[in-house]
Design a protein around this ligand. Structure first.
Ligand SMILES: *Cc1c(COP(=O)(O)O)cnc(C)c1O
Length: 963
């Protein structure tokens, strides 16, 4: 405010300061005015009036529950107050979640470092070598520890990993039996998710007590063993594995990676797959998530693996380079062939776990495991010395104590001493040790059991290990130099910096990815993620300890319900895909509750995101594709024909709004009404909510259920491919069918993720965003995003045709640039354009989705005009280069587009025989030498995908492989 301004700000205004929305939204007011001028409107409201169809506009009071926004300091004070209502205890509950120490070097340099947390999924491998290497390290670690050669680059949690293993074994086995045997000594959350996932697929779950080593009668296609068991028991699984194989079944083992540093790994006793969590490798508990689940398999199942797999390939100069292997395997989320819907996984957490392995190395991990085990062994011995019965003689870290009738009293006494134990039953208490357990904790636990005066030193000397001798691991692991070279903190810090520098994340460039909404992840939003009161809560902590987090979850659910026009929200799904599954299961359960058990057809537009059809298959529905009209909208004639054809079999329509073509379809209300008239339910995929928040609500224009992606619209960073949160929002009639809300026996839907609230550890991010933006800020963000997309479309239209547009020629929050004609005429492909953008230091838009041969651009509201102009200039420059190819000035096979990206090494080579100068290769829009040179040098040249797939290598190759 300048001193000459007429309005003297009031004290209240001065105290409030600059609203957060002014920081979140990129374009300054003057810049926005210029953008709007180019669009021919004079305000965001005028733009809204033009771009949004009247049919979806919502003049009802939206978001009334959302409080007026506050600034960063006030928001943090409120969050601190909520955090203060949580009570952090020493977690000795175990049961799949354990105390761990996140090394500060990993917390600061990875978890709290935007170079890592703002990165996108590594679909552009040339600018993703850093996180690809970290993920390859994760794969190598999991593969080594489980003794199985092929490990994926993370799954959502242990329970969903077990479900993925179940369906993988079914695909891999020729057995026609629908039965899957589950060890009764498996954590309840895994059994629960298995049930949810098994039922719609017609898999019959047989939970069997395998403690006496006897398999259930009859045929079964697969089996899941727990190692160690949920009770803590460690038994030799080899006889059971052999017996199951003898019966024609395949076997997966849920295993604790830390225990596997001491115990024979699943691969060595014949398991076909291993699953589990990597949480205790330095990832905070976070009240249940996010943590990286893992799945590893034998070589013969490599091509069945769901999710992403990093593999080794080579670049155009023949150098070592990494990429996502078997990408066509993301066919696993394609239509009727779908075998899994996993898309966003847990990359950031997998990177943390890998770094933990690198930080500690094999000997360090073995020391942590030994310490954990010795603490448990001495703990058990102390209890025994005080007359407490210990149920199992062999265990790794979890001791099950029998205290007839006293379980509640013991747990309460421990809680008074600041320690959380597991109440296994009226008569049994579970105590789990971990990396953070100390002798002082043992004394406190003994005291809670009424055992005092234990002489620890004497007991320690007298107590043998409690691991079965025959199960002692003899094989080596983590022998690769990566697990040995970065043991000093200096070396580790530099390794992490080197990897991060190889990548282009949001901290260096806009990432204009259509359908992915790569917007600002503000530092203030991230702040609370690592506060101990949020980060150190065990998911099974008593309710009295978690009041603050639960209040935050309630508020967030209420706000999201309000913003979407639905009655209820569940934050449990830990990715968009899981929200889809939960929503479709709700629809199926609703139909069942009304006796309409035949309704099993799910209509899905041809342009839908791959997860849609995959989720429908997993929900037990039949996918029927609805065509696209020439303008990009749903083909209404085809829709009506399909509705008529399937009649009483119609369960649902899944439709993305705005459409995956980036357009507000004017006819959406009619589409919804047609489905409702036929007795179907409407699922509105809300991943594109960034074009709707504050201006229209899917629940108000016809949706019965939607999922939202908090890792897109609501600022949870993408983390290089996760974490995500995919809340499912439903209308009143579907509320009883939200995951876990109604008992299964009453027709309810079971949980879709291991922890009740999915990934609460990252929910403070979205809470903070909404709290600081308020309804008005959200609305401005939405309309600024629409303005930015239309600005890009307008500026680039004369250079690249914009494929689809809605009313008045406007797009929604993204636009599709159509390169197909240019490709036909010149041979220059979307790949060439994407890779040439790397030479400009800009991340490519979405390639070939939803239309092959196109680029989909979503600038978001967070990019300022200068960055948008940098992108536009790069695209215009690229178009100029395409024209020179077209004019025959450069051959189709040798030009700066085809040869992009250019590394420093290839330009420094004495030999340069290309028909364009080096300077143009490196600096396509001119050199800006000196300190302001923003040049980003890619570490590798264009990567050969097919090569890596033919020779699949997906763990760190030995150093001599480079010789
Ligand atoms: C991102 C996206 C999804 C899937 O979300 P994930 O979190 O990756 O599982 C589904 N639909 C659309 C339209 C999306 O853009």
């Amino acid at each position: 405010m300048s001193p000459t301004s007429e309005h003297r700000p009031t004290l209240a205004e001065l105290e409030r300061g600059l609203p957060f929305a002014e920081r979140h939204i990129g374009p300054r007011p003057d810049d926005l005015a210029r953008m709007l001028e180019v669009l021919g409107v004079d305000s965001l409201d005028a733009l809204a009036a033009r771009a949004l169809p009247d049919t979806i506009r919502d003049d009802a009071p939206v978001g009334a529950s959302l409080p007026a926004p506050v600034g960063e300091a006030e928001m943090l004070a409120e969050l601190r107050e909520l955090a203060g209502r949580n009570t952090v205890t020493v977690p000795m509950i175990g049961y799949g979640y354990h105390g761990t120490r996140t090394p500060s070097v990993i917390r600061r340099n990875v978890l709290e470092n935007p170079a890592w947390y703002t990165a996108y999924t590594p679909y552009q491998p040339e600018i993703s070598q850093g996180r690809l290497e970290a993920l390859l390290t994760f794969q190598t670690m999991v593969s080594d520890l489980t003794g199985l050669p092929v490990a994926g680059a993370s799954l959502l949690d242990e329970a969903t990993a077990a479900a993925e293993a179940m369906t993988l074994l079914r695909r891999a086995n020729r057995s026609t039996s629908p039965r899957f045997v589950v060890d009764a000594d498996t954590v309840a959350q895994t059994v629960d998710v298995l049930r949810t996932r098994a039922e719609p697929l017609g898999i019959e779950l047989v939970v069997a007590d395998l403690g006496d080593g006897v398999l259930p009668e009859g045929e079964f296609f697969g089996m899941l063993l727990s190692y160690p068991g949920a009770s803590g028991r460690v038994a030799d699984p080899s006889a059971l594995v052999e017996a199951a194989h003898g019966r024609g079944a395949l076997v997966a083992v849920a295993a604790d990676l830390l225990a596997l540093t001491l115990l024979n790994p699943p691969g060595e006793f014949g398991a076909d797959a291993a699953v589990g969590s990597t949480q205790r490798f330095g990832v905070p508990l976070g009240f249940g998530g996010p943590h990286a689940g893992y799945l590893s398999v034998g070589q013969r199942h490599a091509r069945q693996l769901p999710g992403r797999l990093v593999g080794v390939s080579r670049d155009a100069d023949g150098h070592y380079a990494l990429r996502l292997a078997l990408q066509t395997r993301e066919q696993h989320i394609r239509r009727e062939k779908a075998t899994s819907n996993i898309c966003t996984a847990q990359v950031l957490l997998a990177v943390m776990a890998a770094c933990y392995g690198v930080h500690h190395g094999p000997d360090g991990l073995r020391d942590i495991a030994t310490r954990t085990h010795r603490m448990a062994a001495v703990l058990a011995a102390g209890l025994r010395s005080g007359g407490v019965e210990i149920v199992h003689d062999a265990f790794f870290d979890s001791v099950l104590a029998r205290v007839p009738g006293r379980a509640d009293a013991v747990v309460a006494a421990a809680h008074d001493a600041g320690i959380a134990l597991r109440r296994a039953s009226d008569d049994e208490v579970g105590v789990a040790t971990s990396e953070i357990t100390t002798v002082a904790h043992l004394h406190a636990v003994w005291a809670a059991f009424g055992v005092t005066g234990v002489d620890v030193a004497a007991l320690d000397g007298d107590t043998a290990d409690a691991l079965p001798a025959g199960l002692r691991r003899a094989s080596e692991y983590l022998t690769h130099p990566t697990f040995h070279e970065f043991r000093s903190e200096t070396a580790l810090m530099r390794w992490l910096r080197r990897l991060a520098d190889a990548d282009l994340a949001l901290d260096r460039t806009m990432i204009p990815l259509g359908s992915c909404t790569m917007k600002l992840n503000a530092a203030a939003e991230m702040e609370a993620v690592t506060w101990p009161q949020f980060a150190d809560l065990h998911p099974l902590a008593p309710e009295s300890d978690t009041a603050g987090t639960r209040e935050m979850i309630d508020q967030l659910e209420t706000w999201l319900a309000d913003l979407t026009g639905y009655a209820a929200v569940s934050l449990q799904p830990n990715a968009g895909s899981q929200g889809e599954l939960a929503g479709l299961l709700a629809i199926a359960a609703y139909h069942r509750s009304r006796g309409a058990t035949d309704r099993d057809v799910c209509l899905i537009p041809a342009s839908a995101h791959g997860t849609n059809a995959a989720s429908a298959i997993m929900a037990g529905l039949r996918v029927v594709v609805v065509g696209t009209a020439p303008g990009g909208d749903v083909d209404l004639d085809d829709l009506h024909a399909k509705i008529a054809e399937h009649g009483d079999r119609l369960a649902a329509l899944m439709i993305t709004y705005p459409s995956t073509h980036g357009v507000y379809e004017a006819g959406v209300r009619d589409v919804c009404a047609a489905v409702h008239d036929a007795g179907g339910q409407v699922y509105v995929d809300g991943a594109n909510l960034n074009a709707l928040v504050g201006v229209a609500r899917p629940g108000a224009f016809g949706g019965d259920v939607s999922h939202l992606n908090l890792h897109k619209t609501f600022c949870i960073p993408h983390g290089g491919g996760g974490p995500g949160v995919g809340p499912v929002a439903v209308a009143e009639h579907l509320a009883p069918f939200l995951p876990g809300r109604t008992p299964r026996s009453d027709g309810g839907v079971g949980p879709v993720s291991a922890a009740r609230h999915g990934s609460p550890g990252v929910l403070p991010i979205s809470w903070a965003y909404l709290r600081m933006m308020g309804l008005d800020g959200m609305r401005r963000a939405t309309l600024t995003a629409v303005a930015a997309a239309n600005y890009v479309a307008t500026r680039l239209r004369e250079h690249f045709p914009v494929l689809y547009a809605g009313a008045d020629g406007t797009v929604a929050h993204e636009c599709i640039l159509d390169l197909r004609t240019l490709t036909k005429e010149t041979g220059v492909t979307v790949d060439d354009v994407a890779k040439r953008l790397i030479d400009h230091g800009i991340h490519a838009p979405t390639m070939s989705f939803p239309v092959a041969g196109t680029l989909m651009v979503e600038p978001t509201e967070s990019e300022d005009l200068a960055e948008i102009e940098r992108f536009v200039a790069a695209m215009v420059s690229i178009r100029g280069e395409i024209d020179r190819v077209a004019a025959g000035e450069w051959p189709a096979e040798d030009n700066p587009l085809r040869n992009a990206p250019h590394t420093a090494a290839c330009l420094a080579d004495d030999k340069w025989d290309h028909p364009y100068p080096r300077e143009l290769a490196a600096y396509p829009t001119g050199v800006t030498p000196g300190v302001h040179d923003r040049k980003v040098w890619p570490p590798v040249r264009r990567i050969d995908g097919a090569h890596g797939d033919r020779k699949l290598v997906c763990s760190c190759p030995p150093p001599d492989a480079f010789a």
